[in-house]
Structures are given as C-alpha cells and as structure tokens.
Design a protein around this ligand. Structure first.
Ligand code: 5AD
Ligand code: FES
Length: 354
C-alpha cells in the first residue's frame, strides 16, 4: 500500500485497478500517511493558507427532482424562498466587510431568474466589487446563457457532475435528466472561459468503487479548477431517505487522492463534511483540502436551503461563521486568507488546462 501511495505522489496518477485497491483496502495507518502526503502537496502549492468563498443560497426553488436532494421540486414540505436583488446585494456587502473576495451565488434550477435578471445581478456585483470573483452555481443552462453571464462578469462556475458513471447517474436522477447534457454543460463552461468546478457525493446510493474510479479519471481528464466533494447525507423528504449516509473516512481518502492526482486544484472542505462530523472540515483540510465556503445567506432562510438533514450553520450569522472558521483553521495551524484565491494556473496566466 505504501508503494502505491508513493507512486501516486510521484506520478500524480495510478492505474484504475490501483486506485480501486487503494480506496477499498487502505488501513487506518496508511490513511494517515496518505492524508499527510496530500496535505504536504497542498502546502507546497498554497502554503498554510485557506481560501474562503462566501456562499449565497439565493433560491431553493428547483425544477428538478434529483432523488437525493431535499429541495427537489416534488418535496411539498420544502418552504420555498427567493432572495430579491437587494437582499443578494446586502449579502455581498456584509460578506465584503467580513473580508470575502469571492461570492458564490448558488440556487436550485429556478426559471424565475431569467438570463436578464441574473445578468443584471452579476453586473451590479461586478461593478460594485471589481476586486472580487463571482462564482455561479445554478445548474444546467444553455450555452447562450452561460456566455451572457460570463460577459456580465461571472468568473467561475460550479456544476458537480455528481457521478461519472452514466448508469449510476440514471439511478440518482429521473429520466428527464441526462448525464450527457451534464458533461456537455461542463465542457461548454470551460470553453467559454469559466474557472470550472465539478464534483460528486461520496457514498451516494448505488455508488460502487468502480464509480469512484471513474470520477477520479473524469476529474484527471477534465482538469477542473475546483472539485467539490462531500459525503452523501440523507434527507427525510426524498426517495432516498432510507439510504445510509456516506462515510467521512471515505471522503478523506478521496480528498487526498484528488489532491495528489490534481496538485493545484482548489478543493473545499465542504459543509456536508462538517455536518457529517463536527470536526469534518478540519479533517478535510488535514487531508489536502484548501478552501472553506461559509454561508452568507440571511439567517431567516438558511434552514430552508436544506439539501440534506441536520445541516450546520443554519442558526449563525455570517460574522459568527467567519470567526468560527478562523478559529477552527487556527486550531490546526492554518489561516484564512481574504484574497480572491484563484487557481494557481490562472494566476500564472497558464489557463490552457482550466
Ligand atoms: N447530501 C449531500 N450532498 C448533496 N447535494 C445535494 N443533495 C445532497 C445530499 N442529500 C450536493 C449535490 C449538489 C450540491 C449543490 O449539493 O452534489 O451538486
Ligand atoms: Fe458556521 Fe462554525 S462555520 S458556525
């Protein structure tokens, strides 16, 4: 196992069967070693600095019905909300004062937010905060829409691929959603020039180790600027309510492998990881993650953006999360930085592969 880990460190790759072996058979002791080497790799590139992204969850309306997600259209128990333009600007203002230089506008696939409306919002934020990065995370749209939003001033786009196995994709989503379109969207985003993020859930229903190996292969080939992964966590009002949560341990294995296969990738220690275990985000950083994404949404709506049960940070103000995260990072020897935190390849101007 040690030789495999060392080969991964040296070559930034393993064969599919070696990856499978590593994921399925790593001992606790070797996992400590893997996490340590992944952390060392992150430190070599980004130092002991953790980037923050202020997450604004601006709508929980969604036209889709992903079987795992608490804000799926068919969930009658979800209390729906939309933030007005003014509320979104207010979140940015608060975030800016707290030192955030990246705003992530995330929402369900909500047709209320037309291209015109979203472009207006993006332009306003762009003009007000020229020194900030604007990230969108609003699902599948057509090329024209992605282009207009990019021209309006958005720089980055997060669209998790969810699984790189087409058959598994269809087990997680209803028939009207297509794996091919998901991948096409990711290709389009990258082509337009967005710093693009993909990602998947660890331990989602019907996921096999082969699926995970395909995820790792997909990421290696796609060369995203960012990769978001977290454990699958069940939500009581979804068809998958009786499935077990994904494991923190497996998430830590995958975070480290992703860091070592894609050394300069931006890798968040996600809210789902912090929900699954109280020190999950700290453990994520110690496994090679280098980003945290505190919530900037108004406290009044936070509980409603419920993708899974028991989500953390739903009662805290933005300022509280900011302090909490600073302390958590300090406790493990890291510090939060307030720069935009671009992918290193973009900073160098070498953006051919991101
Ligand atoms: N558990 C964990 N992550 C989830 N997501 C959606 N539902 C869940 C869940 N039940 C993730 C998906 C989505 C991202 C915004 O949140 O991967 O892309
Ligand atoms: Fe929100 Fe700790 S990060 S309370």
């Amino acid at each position: 196992m040690r030789e495999l880990i060392e080969k991964l460190v040296k070559t930034s790759d393993l064969t599919d069967s070696e990856l499978k072996l590593l994921i399925d058979n790593i001992s606790d002791e070797d996992l400590d070693y893997l996490n340590k080497l992944a952390r060392k790799k992150a430190n070599e590139i980004y130092g002991k600095q953790i980037f923050v992204r202020g997450l604004i969850e601006f709508t929980n309306y969604c036209k889709n019905n992903c079987y795992y997600c608490g804000i799926r259209a068919a969930n009658k128990n979800a209390e729906r909300y939309r933030l007005s333009k003014e509320q979104i600007y207010e979140c940015c203002e608060q975030g800016y004062k707290l030192g955030f230089r990246t705003f992530v506008l995330q929402g369900g696939e909500d047709v209320f937010y037309s291209d015109d409306l979203l472009c207006e919002i993006v332009k306003t934020i762009r003009e007000k905060y020229p020194d900030c990065a604007i990230t969108l995370s609003i699902g599948e749209r057509d090329e024209e829409s992605y282009k207009r939003l990019f021209e309006a001033g958005a720089n980055r786009y997060l669209l998790r691929h969810e699984t790189a196995d087409k058959h598994h994709y269809q087990k997680l989503h209803p028939e009207n959603m297509s794996f091919d379109n998901r991948i096409k969207c990711l290709e389009t985003l990258k082509k337009i020039g967005y710093q693009t993020g993909c990602g998947f859930m660890v331990g989602s229903p019907y996921q096999t180790t082969d699926c995970l190996v395909k995820d790792l292969r997909f990421i290696k080939n796609f060369q995203p600027a960012m990769v978001g992964i977290g454990p699958y966590l069940s939500h009581k009002d979804t068809p998958f309510c009786d499935f077990e949560n994904g494991s923190v341990r497996k998430t830590l294995i995958l975070l480290s492998i992703i860091r070592l296969m894609n050394p300069s990738v931006l890798l968040p220690a996600t809210t789902a990881l912090g929900t699954a275990k109280s020190d999950g985000r700290e453990k994520g950083i110690l496994a090679g993650a280098n980003v945290v994404m505190p919530n900037l949404s108004p406290v009044s709506v936070r509980k409603k953006y419920s993708l899974y049960d028991n989500k953390i940070c739903t009662g805290e103000e933005s300022a509280q999360c900011r302090v909490c995260l600073s302390n958590r990072m300090k406790s493990i020897g890291y510090e939060i930085v307030t720069s935009r935190g671009d992918n290193i390849n973009f900073i160098k101007g070498d953006n051919k592969n991101v």
